[in-house]
Write a protein that binds this ligand. Structure first.
Ligand SMILES: [Mn+2]
Length: 363
């Protein structure tokens, strides 16, 4: 079992790599999308939060794909710090918005994703995490929801405000889009878009040695901002796997999101998907409650028995990377670092116990 940490773009430097090593991490999951660009309400010492229905910030340049030099340089920098670069998490909306929206730029955007996959393969970065979602991570509220009044996020009822033109995946990709809102589509239309995307890019992913890893919809509501969502119940992950049998069609397995779903038993869900060997890497996050009313909690303080989860993963031979997803912000001069150190310490202890004593919790 491997412990890693996800770092946002502005954290991809030696100070954060040292923090990761000191906390016992061996792997890095890197975010190259700058979620915080232009988002004044979105301080970058926390997970991107935004407002309930205001976008996080501005997407990158549609013409500037991540270069081979940038990707290979990042890997070398991370390896020089004694760590491994396991994955790039998330595509920039600027590079693939018309795949999500089935718009006129779709052929170009498919080529963009293929180019990124080829460059990742050349740079020897094995996983690309993505989130096939029109509304993205939206509709959440922030507050002192976690233990001891720690700042956290959650959901306080559905969010149905329509998405303005020029916004997708909770980021602005076209600041001068004509006024108006995105027309709703059906769930089946969105599944069709995902299926065509996978058919188009998975052969290149296979040839490049890169695995795609799908995050479930967070928060897992059937619709968000009047748009359908794909993976909002545990069984829907099975549909995503079954629509393309490529071994490179994998999962970015988010425990917090799965626990927020209204159906299923999380321990059975972890057992079922880890047996299929489709989990590329795991997001560790605890929550209290289910959509549309839940809060993110400290790792040891929510609905999920994390020792039991790690025991199931261990028993089923999961050998991938496990990273904290989000943590509540601890009250101190470095709220993000303290929250992450707390989560990583808990995960490292749980992994050590299971590796030394076997699956100790009821699985
Ligand atoms: Mn997640």
């Amino acid at each position: 079992m491997k412990l890693g940490i996800g770092l946002y773009r502005h954290m991809l430097n030696e100070e954060y790599y040292a923090f990761a090593v000191q906390a016992g991490c061996t792997h890095i999951v890197a975010h190259l999308v700058d979620y915080f660009k232009g988002g004044a309400r979105n301080p970058n010492n926390n997970q991107p939060t935004g407002d309930r229905n205001a976008p996080w910030g501005f997407a990158g340049s549609p013409e500037e794909l991540w270069t081979l030099e940038e990707l290979a340089g990042l890997r070398k920098q991370i390896e020089a710090a004694g760590l491994h670069l396991e994955a790039i998490e998330n595509l920039d909306p600027a590079h693939w918005y018309d795949i999500l929206l089935d718009g006129p730029q779709r052929p170009l955007h498919i080529e963009n994703v293929k180019t990124i996959l080829r460059r990742m393969g050349e740079a020897q970065i094995p996983i690309l995490g993505y989130n096939f979602s029109i509304a993205g991570v939206a509709g959440r509220v922030s507050g002192p929801f976690a233990r001891g009044g720690a700042a956290s996020v959650g959901m306080d009822g559905p969010e149905d405000t329509p998405i303005p033109n020029g916004v997708v995946w909770n980021m602005v990709y076209d600041a001068i889009a004509p006024k108006g809102v995105l027309a709703p589509i059906t769930h089946e239309q969105l599944w069709d878009r995902l299926q065509r995307f996978l058919e188009d890019v998975l052969p290149v992913a296979e040839a490049s040695g890169v695995r795609l890893a799908a995050h479930p919809d967070d928060p897992p509501m059937p619709t968000m901002r009047q748009q359908p969502r794909l993976v909002y119940q545990p069984d829907m992950y099975q549909r995503l796997i079954d629509i393309n049998l490529s071994p490179n069609n994998g999962l970015e397995f988010c425990l917090g999101t799965l626990a927020e779903m209204t159906a299923g038993n999380l321990y059975e869900v972890v057992d079922r998907y880890s047996r299929q060997e489709r989990i590329a890497y795991v997001h560790f996050r605890n929550v209290s409650g289910k959509v549309p009313h839940y809060h993110e909690t400290f790792i040891d303080d929510g609905d999920i028995d994390m020792l039991r989860i790690i025991s199931i993963l261990y028993r089923n031979g999961f050998d991938g990377v496990m990273i904290p997803d989000h943590s509540p912000q601890m009250t101190c001069a470095a709220p993000w670092h303290a929250g992450m150190a707390h989560t990583l310490g808990f995960m490292r202890a749980a992994m050590t116990v299971v590796e030394q004593q076997g699956a100790i919790a009821a699985v």
